[in-house]
Each structure stands twice: as structure tokens, then as C-alpha cells.
Design a protein. Structure first.
Length: 271
């Protein structure tokens, strides 16, 4: 999915008035949930993890065989429409914070960070090429990540892989951010299929709630429906329709469990 912008507030650990009102309206019943008492998010269905890894390998191999010609065609189009390599690699963080090299079809101008250093993208980013905008809208630029799945760096389904350059900043803004590293990052995931690209720390916190929900509740059914939803989502089917049809967790079911506790922890820290 597209990277984030960097318009983070100067004091991310301080609740805004709107966030304080949300915290005040939190249902009292949620206080009794086990993850609301500070226990780190971790997979409940640990028996599923080796099966998930095996399924990832088989499906990624099949998908790469089918998508291989398309990836080569996209690479050729990139070479024909802009200077630089057709593909690019970048360091990301995997399970447990282990760094790995991720592969994508290049969607920005070549060496776009040579003058600015690592930075998030922004809406209407001038560094994105016209072809890159099409590839990002359809998520076709993500197809080379199937190689990362075959190598064991990533899963088909999981939280978005983060850049190590941004980890310290995000951990400072979101106290539970590192907990999303309990599982391998995914090509797609619960947050990716239903939330837009992050634009500020508030949107990062929102996606974190979805990532932590996935970490706790990952299993065969959730992975299956997210994989199906991703296929239809790439074809332009509205997620609202998919969520109802496939019964994908969203909205209050996710945000009411994990999102509010992040606010509560920051409120205690600001007191």
C-alpha cells in the first residue's frame, strides 16, 4: 500500500480534545477485556502459524506463476515511461523487527530520496509518476512482494511492513506499535483493504487498532476472507459491500477494542 505522509503533530503523546471525548464515551464493558489490561497482543491460534506459512508458500508460488508475465510487462512499461530501474528494493521490518529487503515495481522517480532522505509520501506526491499512480491505485506495484513471501520474509496476509527509519517516531506516538511485529507483515491485510493511506499520527493509530485486532484474531477464516476481499477490492468492488458479504471485522468491532486503549495509555502518560 502507499507510504505515509509526515505531517505528524509535534507532541503526539498528548490527546486532542476530540480524542479525550472519544475516550470518555468508551463503553465501560470494554474495560474488562483481557487486552485492555496491558497484555501485549499476540496470536491466540498459534497452532495455525506453521500451517499459515506453508499455505503462504504454496499460494505465493501459484500466484507468482500466474502474475509473472504481468510483472515483467509492468517493468517494461516503467522502463519505457521514466528513467531508472523497473523495480526497486527497500529495507523493511519483518516479524520481531528483523530487517529484510522488500521488492516492488517502481512508482516514483528514480532516487527520489537522494536529496531529502527517508520521508513518507503525501497526497498528490509529485515524486509519483503518472504510471505509478495507476499502479498504486490498483496495487499492482505490490506483486513483486510475492518473492518476499516465498523467501519467508512476509505473509500474504498481515500488517503493512514498516520502514526502520520511522519506527522510533511511531513508537513514540503509539505506545503499542511494536506489538504489530508479533507476526510476519503481509502483502495485504485487515487494515490495508479498508483504510486509506496514512496521512497523520491519528490515522496511524487507527490502522494500529486494525493490526492488533488481526494479530489477536488471525486464523484460517479471517485470512481467507481477507484474501478474497483483496482480489475484489483490486477490481474496484466497494469494501462496504465486501464487508457485509464476507463478514469482515470493521468499524466499532475493531476500533472499540484496541483503538481506545491506545488513547487510554496516552492519557495516563500525559497526566
Amino acid at each position: 500500500m502507499p507510504p505515509r505522509t509526515t505531517d505528524a503533530p509535534a507532541t503526539p503523546d498528548v490527546l486532542t480534545p476530540r480524542e479525550r471525548r472519544r475516550l470518555a464515551r468508551r463503553p465501560a464493558a470494554l474495560k474488562t477485556l483481557p487486552w485492555g489490561r496491558g497484555r501485549p497482543a499476540e496470536p491466540r491460534a498459534r497452532w495455525y502459524l506453521p500451517l499459515k506459512a506453508a499455505a503462504d508458500f504454496v499460494l505465493a508460488l501459484a500466484l507468482l506463476a500466474l502474475a509473472g508475465p504481468l510483472v515483467l510487462l509492468l517493468g517494461l512499461l516503467v522502463k519505457m515511461t521514466s528513467r531508472g530501474p523497473a523495480f526497486y528494493s527497500q529495507t523493511r521490518l519483518g516479524r520481531g523487527g528483523r530487517p529484510f529487503t522488500i521488492y516492488k515495481v517502481r512508482t516514483m522517480i528514480n532516487k527520489c530520496e537522494s536529496l531529502t532522505g527517508p520521508r513518507w509520501s503525501m497526497p498528490g506526491d509529485p515524486r509519483v509518476t503518472w504510471l505509478g499512480r495507476v499502479l498504486r491505485a490498483t496495487h499492482l506495484d505490490e506483486l513483486p512482494q510475492l518473492v518476499n513471501v516465498l523467501r519467508g520474509d512476509m505473509s500474504l496476509i498481515g500488517p503493512r511492513p514498516e520502514r526502520p527509519e520511522f519506527l522510533a517516531e511511531l513508537e513514540g506516538a503509539c505506545s503499542r506499535y511494536r506489538e504489530r511485529l508479533a507476526v510476519r507483515p503481509g502483502v495485504t491485510g485487515l487494515a490495508q483493504v479498508q483504510l486509506p493511506a496514512d496521512t497523520d499520527i491519528g490515522s496511524v493509530r487507527l490502522k494500529l487498532a486494525y493490526d492488533l485486532y488481526y494479530v489477536e484474531n488471525l486464523g484460517p477464516r479471517l485470512d481467507f476472507v481477507l484474501l478474497v476481499a483483496t482480489g475484489f477490492y483490486a477490481l474496484g468492488v466497494p469494501f462496504r459491500f465486501l464487508a457485509g458479504l464476507l463478514r469482515i471485522p470493521s468499524g466499532a468491532a475493531v476500533e472499540g477494542t484496541f483503538g481506545e486503549y491506545e488513547d487510554e495509555g496516552r492519557l495516563r502518560g500525559a497526566a
